[in-house]
Design a protein around this ligand. Structure first.
Ligand SMILES: [Zn+2]
Length: 441
């Protein structure tokens, strides 16, 4: 199938092209031109009518399993620490998930991601009472029904006992073994919850089960208690502990890393592991400030995620800048070049490592992952100020994705899902959420 998107203001990740035309063949972009006479011969042409076309956005750390928590109120809720937030909310919710609500949570979360222009996401899943086959359910909902690119992993943990830790290891190993190198729409990590809920026996079993080229996906030093626990129980810091098990790898994703020290940052850089920053979640949980400059200056592939708190990566990036400025009391902190690296350089690098496709560029050879935004600039827009438009124009106002393509497949057209009845799925989700909430109460 050959498609063309004509008359778009194209930001290809580097340049801005007025009245650009993007040519897509099957899963890849094959042409980009601003010459009306040089347009790609396509079976189907769509007129973008001057809208802004950008590379599809990437969420490098999320939890789709939390999608049905919105509006849930828990009578006893009153956490004083990060661990209490987990105990009083997230570990109650994940235990109540069954096969059906795992699917519905993933479907709703993926639909909302699509509406935010997300074409690739990396999910960290937990459903301790519905582990076997859960990653297949999430993949079927996210990649096959909605059509997004997704990498999945199950959060192995000792918090629910030995049997569930073993089932989690089995689920990751099984899912990794089913990866199809020809299918670039889905991938996998070996998911691990966090150092403070993983004993050495479980970590050793995970290290023995993870295939050579694969990476882990784990929370690292999100709250201060994670490092304290590691030093108290294991006599070393978290990054060092993971390294002893051979788990710091180029495909490994370490989410948060708020309380790691200098030596740990050096070790992450040395091993070329990935770090993912989630500023809105960190602020919501009051857990600490990310050392943005410290990671970027070391050359660490530091990307951006939402940690399940929505899927609006542009608002997340805007907040990343605010958080740096506010906490450091420095109006020059969180610079545009730093923010650009998080979402538009490093997140695409994470996708390349994870899925083996070129992302973050609208260029021949790159994945045909494209978001066409209902944004018409009221001031001049060019390659030098496009981030200003995305952050201070798109992110802070109501924004709507007009069309979305993932691997060349149209997911949204004219602001509506092509293959999904959104109203019907939302009605089903409200019923599912009602049943889920009753199991928690
Ligand atoms: Zn997380």
């Amino acid at each position: 199938m050959r498609r063309a998107i004509d008359n778009a203001v194209v930001w290809d990740g580097e340049r801005v092209i007025e009245r650009g035309s993007i040519g897509i063949e099957d899963e890849y972009i094959v042409a980009l031109t601003d010459r009306p006479d040089g347009r790609f011969a396509a079976d189907e042409r769509v007129d973008a009518e001057g809208r802004l076309a950008i590379p599809g956005l990437i969420n490098a750390h999320t939890h789709l399993y939390g999608s049905l928590a919105r509006g849930l109120s828990l009578p006893e809720y009153g956490p004083r620490t990060f661990t209490q937030i987990l105990e009083q909310l997230w570990w109650k919710l994940d235990k109540a998930l069954d096969d059906s609500s795992v699917t519905t949570s993933a479907l709703i979360g993926a639909m909302e991601a699509a509406r935010c222009g997300v074409t690739s996401l990396i999910d960290h899943h937990a459903s301790p009472n519905a582990i076997p086959g859960s990653l297949d359910r999430v993949r079927d909902a996210v990649c096959r029904r909605v059509g997004l690119r997704a990498a999945l992993g199950y959060e192995v943990s000792d918090r629910d006992g030995e049997e569930r830790a073993a089932l989690g290891i089995e689920e990751n190993a099984r899912f990794l073994s089913t990866l199809d190198p020809q299918d670039r729409l889905w991938s996998a990590h070996f998911g691990l919850h966090a150092s403070f809920t993983l004993g050495d026996r479980t970590l050793a079993a995970a290290a023995a089960a993870i295939p050579d080229g694969a990476g882990i996906h784990i929370h690292v030093a999100e709250g201060p208690e994670d490092e304290r626990d590691c030093v108290d129980h294991h006599g070393l810091r978290i990054v060092e502990r993971l390294d002893r098990f051979g788990l710091l790898r180029p495909r490994s994703i370490l989410a948060h890393c708020l309380h790691v020290d200098r030596g740990e940052k050096d070790r992450i850089a040395e091993r070329d592991a990935i770090v993912v920053h989630n500023p809105r979640s960190n602020m919501n949980n009051a857990v600490g400030t990310f050392d943005l400059a410290g990671f970027l200056d070391r050359g660490v592939v530091a990307g951006l995620g939402t940690d399940g708190l929505g899927a609006n990566l542009l608002a997340e990036l805007f907040t990343a800048g605010l958080a740096q400025r506010q906490t450091r009391q420095d109006a020059l902190a969180g610079t545009f070049p730093q923010l650009d690296r998080l979402l538009f350089r490093n997140n695409p690098a994470i996708v390349e490592r994870t899925f083996g496709v070129r992302a973050g560029r609208l260029a021949p050879g790159a994945a045909a992952d494209v978001a066409v935004l209902d944004y018409v600039a009221p001031t001049p827009l060019n390659a030098d100020n496009v981030l200003g438009h995305l952050l201070f124009g798109v992110a802070v106002h109501a924004f709507r994705v007009h069309d979305l393509y993932v691997a060349g497949r149209p997911i949204l057209r004219g602001g509506a899902f092509v293959d999904i009845d959104e109203q019907a799925e939302y009605a089903r989700a409200r019923e599912e959420a009602g049943r889920l909430w009753k199991r928690i109460a």
